[in-house]
Ligand binder design. Structure first.
Ligand code: GLV
Ligand code: MN
Ligand code: MN
Length: 447
């Protein structure tokens, strides 16, 4: 007998998805890769088992849908209100197994639990194809397509092997000129709800399995290029050097100082040096930069300081400094009614009084940042061990997954109660939404 709808099933499916990796020794699954296709195939089968009809959209996102009365249904009936649950199926290099995948699999388990329950809206589950931006630098490609925000300027962005996004689409069997077909009509959407591991230490420190998200921080990403001169490592005295890597190193430490002073987050996650030989002074260094802030204005002010520092260091050291922005997403506030539904669900699942349900700010990015353009967004955070994420040691306890499943299901039902048109007998059936408590500011604790 299938046990879809239990924590054990969810944990096992997250383990299954680790098989679809481009590396035998680690988990890495990027947009439009053979592993992306294999993961979609696995997820499609689980969606079908959960009573959902499925479809891969024009950007490679996998969707499952049931109608309000519970029947598997594709395509959607135009105008039928629809609640979307989901997260992403792509990963960073050497990833953990829960970032993204837990939210997709939990959503399928919720759909299975509710398969016999009539709802006042259709229910969809989505596995977004690209949230991390690992392959093309631009994050949220899957959810940008689904929210009608595809920018044609992205087509020429290339991966590390020089394959452009346009070419990758064709190789995956998708038609670039059809990407607009993936866009959802805001008029049909009731909201987007996502469950995700916290990726930080706050819930664990407070001994809580779950929290709801208040705001998702906006990120900006850049490629910074420092160009000096490659010369002989033995024959070139220091006074004659224009070492791109030394200049870049000064910039990296300055970026950290500036970010700490600005109370923002800045990460140089990758450096490429050319020509890259032990006895050649580096002539060129290319750095990635990821910037996040409590507010977009604070983050943008930090970027101005970093750009000025780059120009200053370049002038001092006789090198050139250039940059290109590869990704920008504004911060996103979760909608009050979805925060209340998630808080309600947490209260029901954990027995916590409304005032004791914790709201958290998310320094990590999520697909809701894109979906916010077409519908209200809400998020459920699940405690993870030691706040570890983007690392193979990512870990969640099955007990927490069980309570997350209960809370996520209860959140959907809370929204269903809220959504039903008010009739004379309705109000008594409504559960008072939990009053969201003051959000905690997590940035200081995350450091
Ligand atoms: C996504 O995980 C991000 O915040 O980078
Ligand atoms: Mn991630
Ligand atoms: Mn994620």
């Amino acid at each position: 007998m299938t046990d879809i709808g239990t924590a054990a099933w969810v944990m096992a499916r997250c383990a299954d998805l680790t098989r679809h990796s481009s590396r035998p020794d680690a988990l890495e699954r990027v947009y439009l890769s053979p592993e992306h296709s294999a993961a979609n195939t696995a997820v499609r089968a689980w969606m079908l088992d959960a009573g959902l009809d499925t479809e891969t959209d024009a950007a490679g996102n996998i969707w499952g849908r049931r109608s309000a009365d519970g029947a598997p249904q594709r395509p959607a009936t135009p105008g039928e209100p629809t609640l979307v649950l989901g997260s992403h199926l792509d990963t960073v290099p050497d990833a953990g197994r829960y970032d993204g995948m837990l939210g997709v699999v939990l959503a399928i388990a919720v759909a299975h639990r509710l398969r016999e329950v009539a709802l006042p809206f259709a229910l969809e589950v989505v596995g977004f194809s690209d949230e991390e931006g690992t392959r093309f630098g631009k994050a949220l490609l899957g959810s940008c397509a689904a929210s009608g925000q595809w920018d044609p300027a992205w087509w020429d962005q290339a991966d590390a092997d020089g394959v452009t996004l346009r070419e990758a689409f064709a190789r995956f069997g998708l038609a670039p000129d059809r990407v607009g077909d993936a866009a959802r009509d805001p008029a049909d959407l009731v909201g987007y709800l996502e469950a995700h591991i916290e990726q930080g230490p706050v819930l664990e420190a407070r001994n809580l399995p779950l929290g709801y998200v208040t705001t998702i921080a906006g990120a900006r990403r850049f490629v910074l290029t420092v160009t000096g001169e490659a010369r002989h490592a033995g024959g070139t005295p220091f006074a004659r050097r224009r070492d791109a890597l030394v200049a870049a190193s000064h910039l990296v430490t300055r970026i950290e100082e500036l970010a700490i002073a600005a109370d923002c987050l800045a990460t140089v996650g990758d450096i490429h040096v050319q020509p890259g030989a032990v006895n050649v002074i580096p002539g060129r260094a290319e750095l990635t930069l990821d910037l996040r802030g409590r507010t977009d204005a604070g983050r943008d002010a930090l970027w101005e300081q970093i750009a000025a520092a780059g120009r200053g260091i370049a002038a001092e050291r006789g090198v050139a400094f250039e940059f290109a922005e590869t990704h920008r997403a504004p911060s996103t506030a979760c909608a009050d009614r979805l925060k209340a539904a998630v808080a309600d669900g947490i209260g029901e699942a954990t027995g916590a009084a409304p005032g004791d349900v914790l709201g958290l700010w998310s320094p990590a990015g999520h697909d809701g940042m894109a979906m916010d353009a077409v519908t209200d967004v809400g998020m459920l955070f699940v405690r993870c061990r030691d706040g570890i994420s983007h690392h193979p040691d990512e870990h969640v306890e099955p007990e927490d997954v069980g309570v997350a499943l209960d809370a996520f299901t209860a959140a959907v039902l809370a929204l269903a109660r809220e959504h039903r048109p008010a009739g004379p007998a309705e109000p008594s059936a409504l559960v008072e939404p939990a009053a969201p408590v003051e959000p905690v500011e997590t940035l200081g604790e995350v450091r």
